[in-house]
Design a protein around this ligand. Structure first.
Ligand SMILES: [Zn+2]
Length: 336
């Protein structure tokens, strides 16, 4: 066996004050190989335009990842980096971004903001990464964007309307389900729109009962799943955490009959996840579990990196885990 190299150990990110949501999300993105490849390619491109307003966050994350890439290549000992461009952009945004940086923020909201920002920044720019297995160039859309097909059937006139709906993270419910696959399946259960929820029918020119069927028309290379742990109570204006989780598999096959996918088999493997620790959205703490090298797992708690046995990671992903440490964002990648 060749000697173990230190560079499979992730580089820790220092916490610059409530920045664990940035650090853990960045670790998870960086340890999803297809995403890392995309960032490394995009960051080098001269054709990326100067960032405007809400694209600044994408631009600064790319700069930080460029530094991280250089650091990873040169280091011999484990070390620490500060994602200073990203945190500076957030801290100086003064209300121009949906998150402020001075508070603990929702990692899912940060991730969505980042992906939207990236999509805006690279619109019209070819950021294609070659995939070694098929030799096909992958675009932002191939890697990050999935599409729902939502078909609404009018009960009165049988008219079927099909609307594609793109997404970059898939939000799934955690209540009343025990496994991730069950929870995913619930997204394609037919929905009824009746009584006060009736939908407009163009043919009849009035509101009519409808049934909506959802199916996943396109699944991305990097499947990012957001477990909907936080539930808002609009009456009291508070958000509470659902302190339970699902059984989450390392290998996810979404050609489950219920998912409604009928094209090719999609086998995903878990590459990283962000865990929320604590009972509320606005305090608590985020950490990332990442897979690095050949099936080695690490816990990245800001600048503290800990080796994890796969059994320990597996226990964290189990529904029976009895702590308030809860997996929150899951990063799967299509097996090549
Ligand atoms: Zn109708």
């Amino acid at each position: 066996m060749p000697p173990k190299k230190n560079n499979s150990i992730p580089i820790g990110f220092s916490n610059v004050g409530n920045s664990c949501y940035i650090n853990s999300t960045a670790q998870a993105l960086w340890h999803t190989p297809v995403i890392k490849q995309w960032f490394c390619t995009a960051s080098m491109l001269k054709s990326i335009p100067d960032a405007q307003n809400d694209q600044a966050i994408a631009f600064s994350m790319m700069q930080d990842f460029l530094l991280l890439d250089a650091e990873e290549k040169k280091r011999s000992e484990e070390n620490i980096l500060c994602l200073s461009n990203t945190s500076k952009t957030i801290h100086t945004s003064k209300g121009k971004l949906p998150i402020s940086g001075s508070n603990q923020e929702d990692a899912a909201e940060f991730l969505n903001m980042l992906l939207t920002s990236i999509q805006g920044l690279v619109a019209g720019v070819d950021v294609n990464i070659p995939m070694s297995s098929e030799g096909k160039a992958l675009t932002f859309e191939d890697i990050f964007v999935g599409v729902w097909y939502k078909s609404s059937l009018c009960i009165s006139c049988d008219e079927l309307r099909i609307g594609p709906e793109p997404w970059t993270t898939l939000t799934v419910p955690v209540t009343e389900k025990t496994t991730l696959l069950e929870s995913l399946a619930s997204l394609v259960e037919p929905e009824s729109f009746i009584l006060e929820n009736m939908l407009w029918c163009n043919k009849v020119q009035s509101k009519k009962d409808h049934i909506r069927y959802n199916s996943l028309g396109k699944a991305p290379q990097a499947l990012i799943i957001h477990l909907n742990l936080f539930q808002s109570d609009f009456a009291t204006g508070t958000t509470s955490k659902v302190n339970r989780t699902l059984d989450i598999p390392f290998d996810l096959n979404i050609l489950h009959p219920c998912i409604g996918m009928t094209d090719v088999k999609k086998n995903y493997e878990l590459r990283a996840f962000v865990e929320h620790r604590g009972n509320t959205l606005n305090d608590g703490h985020y950490v990332a579990y990442v897979r690095s090298g050949s099936d080695k797992w690490f816990l990245c708690n800001d600048d503290e990196i800990t080796n994890m046995a796969k059994e320990e990671v597996s226990a964290t992903l189990s529904q029976n885990s009895s702590t308030d440490n809860t997996p929150y964002l899951l990063f799967y990648q299509l097996e090549c």
